[in-house]
Design a protein around this ligand. Structure first.
Ligand SMILES: [Zn+2]
Ligand SMILES: [Zn+2]
Length: 332
């Protein structure tokens, strides 16, 4: 099968013909229709997440159709369209797994990092961690739900019942989260890089009541902020923009160092926290909610062979919405 392969960090992916993976016990084999790109993929390719399996097929927002079953799989059928998210396997026995926090499992394995992912024509996945794709979403539009949507949703839940919510970095995740937040009756404020008028216009079109430069402060105090951009200087900026009692959620897996800041901007029972990975329950909740809103994703497709160009586009922040590899679309 054809795949885009990472041989070493900080080198371009290589288009390769590699052996078709075989589903082991408990796994399914999927024909990949589409695979969303995520900023985490950039962190892997750029060497900021230090321990990927190598060589690696990246990609953890896989939309595919099940074409074969490994031994013992009975909850999934051949022909079903399924999604494969970042959380690819957990131990099921550690303190986290047995207390509803499998996202923190000490031995968790991640798709497109520890396990080959979806920048390929075929992929295998543990059947227990696959998520059914909701009706009404074509392959390309479904892909960003699987990480941008899921992690964004978990971040929004972590922000509590905040009415005025700031979104820092208006990419794939924020463009989904704002739709959920607006549906819930919250007020949304979008914070972008200085002068990024395109992203600001995009946010306003999706229901932000204000959009502007992240380092210039907010038009009024926020009750919560979610930081999607991997820039540490946004943490003190978001704390300064947040009212007493508010929460600042860091949603990314990697961030540049956070500059020192005065205690007074954390004082007042402000909470600073991160969100890590996802649980299967997040997936079930969000994929049930998304079609009811309905969340509409805006995507920019790239052919599989163009994964390097797609990653560069994402690195430059040049995508409104989500970048997605169109591998072999079944539902267009
Ligand atoms: Zn565990
Ligand atoms: Zn992701």
């Amino acid at each position: 099968m054809r795949a885009m392969v990472l041989d070493a960090a900080r080198t371009p992916l290589r288009l390769a013909d590699i052996a078709t993976p075989q589903p082991q016990a408990g796994q399914v084999l999927l024909r990949v229709h589409a695979c969303g790109l995520c900023r985490t993929d950039l962190h892997v390719v750029d060497g900021e997440l230090a321990h990927p399996k190598l060589p690696l097929v990246p990609g953890h927002q896989i939309v595919g159709t099940v074409v074969a079953l490994g031994d013992g799989v009975d909850a999934v059928e051949v022909g079903q369209r399924m999604g494969v998210p970042w959380l690819g396997w957990t131990c099921g026995t550690c303190r986290y797994c047995t207390s509803g926090r499998e996202n923190l499992c000490d031995r968790a394995r991640f798709t497109g990092y520890d396990i080959d992912g979806g920048y390929a024509q075929l992929a295998v996945a543990d059947a227990r961690f696959c998520l059914p794709i909701p009706q009404g979403y074509p392959d390309l539009q479904a892909a960003p739900l699987l990480c941008a949507g899921l992690i964004g949703y978990r971040s929004l839940v972590a922000a509590g019942d905040a009415e005025r919510i700031g979104l820092y970095g208006f990419g794939a995740a924020a463009h989904i989260v704002i739709q959920v937040a607006r549906h819930q009756g919250r007020r949304a404020f979008a914070f972008t890089r200085a002068g990024d008028v395109a992203s600001q216009q995009f946010a306003l079109r999706l229901g932000a009541e204000w959009a502007g430069d992240a380092m210039q402060g907010a038009p009024e105090a926020l009750d919560a902020a979610i930081i999607f951009a991997p820039a540490g200087e946004l943490v003190p900026a978001a704390l300064r923009a947040t009212a007493a009692g508010g929460t600042v959620v860091c949603a990314g897996i990697h961030m540049s160092d956070i500059p020192a800041f005065p205690y007074e901007i954390l004082w007042g029972e402000r909470v600073l926290r991160s969100v890590a990975n996802l649980t299967r329950r997040d997936g079930e909740e969000f994929l049930a909610l998304a079609p009811r809103i309905p969340v509409r994703t805006e995507v920019r497709p790239f052919p599989l062979d163009d994964a390097n160009a797609a990653l560069d586009t994402l690195r430059r922040g040049d995508v409104q919405g989500a970048a997605v590899l169109a591998v072999d679309l079944a539902v267009a």
